[in-house]
Design a protein around this ligand. Structure first.
Ligand SMILES: [Zn+2]
Ligand SMILES: [Zn+2]
Length: 393
């Protein structure tokens, strides 16, 4: 039998055609109609049992291996971003203002290549493979909606796997950490309510702008002084809204920001302290504070046992690659919702190539990756999936 890497290399032209087709026709979250239709068609042509319309545009296909084993869920995300592509390539986006600037086009092409390779060797393989194509990863809650619609009850899994192409590192680098590898994300809104008035007579008003200035600085002190330096948290205020004229003290100021943490304990603690700090600081300035949180995603947490099996499989299939076991980022990913319910592993596959000028960061209008990574990523995922499927305790 050919190795996964040999098979994936043979399929490279097919994989690349899929990736370029997805790249040329990007669609935003929950609008992946054409994308989902192409995904479903490929899976159907492979002879798989295909289910569509899950969480609007989600697609699931199931493949039974010839031998008993675990049920492995392989997840790929399908959505693009509201960005105007600045790359001058033949496969550039044909949809104005929409672009695959995160690599999800590559994720789909890789997952379909894995589906094809696994299908071709099905009788020799252990386990069951659930290929899950998820809509709306970029902040719109596609994973959570698939779970709410019962995808894990309809297609129960013992292990869940996913990868992300990663332009922060060159082809040949793999980021595979145990435990939390991406952060929990919470959105905070702080409303400071004062009393408006004339800019020349601040003593007759209660100025929420001055209070907001102090609060922004105090929030950074909270992170620096109250979070264990060996743990980590980041709180960035990204929006400040208030005021309508240079000489008017406004009634209120709104601050909006994002909190990222790895540990549940730290997450709960910082949220409580932000709320308390805002309340007390507002009171010191004789204004009122109201704090609201929206929970976006939990942390992406890799199961240590599954991660160990995945690491062995990756080393075997691509021995020259460098595996970075400390790879972690404060970015967030809604694969976290699957990994909260199913033990599994999420890993990063370096996809940049600075010599070819392919190293713009994710979500950049010039984002593009080295397509040479596609067969390698497919071989890695096929090796990982079949390894965990056949793993006996
Ligand atoms: Zn992204
Ligand atoms: Zn992404």
């Amino acid at each position: 039998m050919k190795t996964w890497m040999e098979q994936a290399r043979e399929l490279f032209p097919w994989t690349r055609e899929l990736r370029r087709d997805f790249h040329m026709h990007p669609e935003l979250g929950f609008q992946e109609e054409r994308t989902a239709a192409r995904v479903a068609q490929v899976l159907h042509d492979l002879g798989l049992e295909v289910h569509t319309g899950i969480a609007k545009t989600g697609v699931v296909a199931v493949l039974q291996g010839g031998r008993p084993g675990k049920r492995v869920l392989l997840r790929a995300d399908m959505d693009a971003l509201p960005i105007q592509e600045a790359n001058d390539v033949p496969y550039a986006s044909r949809h104005p203002g929409v672009m695959h600037a995160c690599g999800h086009d590559g994720h789909m092409a890789v997952a379909l290549t894995v589906a094809r390779m696994v299908t071709e060797s099905r009788e020799h393989l252990p386990g069951t493979y659930i290929f899950l194509f998820q809509p709306a990863e970029e902040g719109l809650g596609g994973a959570a909606r698939m779970i709410e619609e019962g995808v894990l009850e309809r297609f129960p899994a013992d292990v869940a796997l996913a990868l992300h192409l990663w332009n922060g590192a060159p082809v040949g680098w793999i980021g595979l950490g145990e435990g939390p590898v991406m952060a929990a994300a919470d959105e905070v809104t702080l409303r400071l309510q004062g009393h408006g008035g004339h800019g020349a007579m601040p003593h007759l008003a209660r100025d929420p702008i001055t209070a907001a200035g102090h609060l922004i600085v105090a929030l950074q002190s909270l992170i620096a002084r109250e979070v264990d330096p060996l743990d980590t948290a980041v709180l960035s205020i990204g929006q400040v809204q208030g005021g309508s004229a240079f000489n008017v003290i406004p009634e209120e100021v709104l601050l909006k920001g994002t909190l990222r943490t790895f540990k549940t304990q730290t997450r709960t603690y910082v949220k409580q302290r932000v709320e308390a700090l805002a309340r007390h600081l507002a009171s010191a300035f004789q204004v009122q504070a109201e704090t609201r949180w929206v929970e976006a995603t939990p942390a992406v947490v890799n199961d240590p046992h599954v991660t160990k099996q995945v690491r062995q499989a990756l080393q075997e299939v691509w021995p020259e690659a460098h595996i970075d076991t400390d790879a972690r980022t404060m970015g967030s990913e809604d694969m976290a919702f699957f990994l909260e319910r199913v033990p599994g592993c999420y890993f990063f596959v370096g996809s940049a190539n600075p010599q070819k000028g392919l190293d713009a960061p994710h979500h950049h209008p010039r984002f593009d990756f080295d397509e040479e990574v596609l067969p390698r990523a497919a071989a890695l995922m096929a090796a990982a999936a079949t390894r965990v499927a056949g793993h006996v305790e």
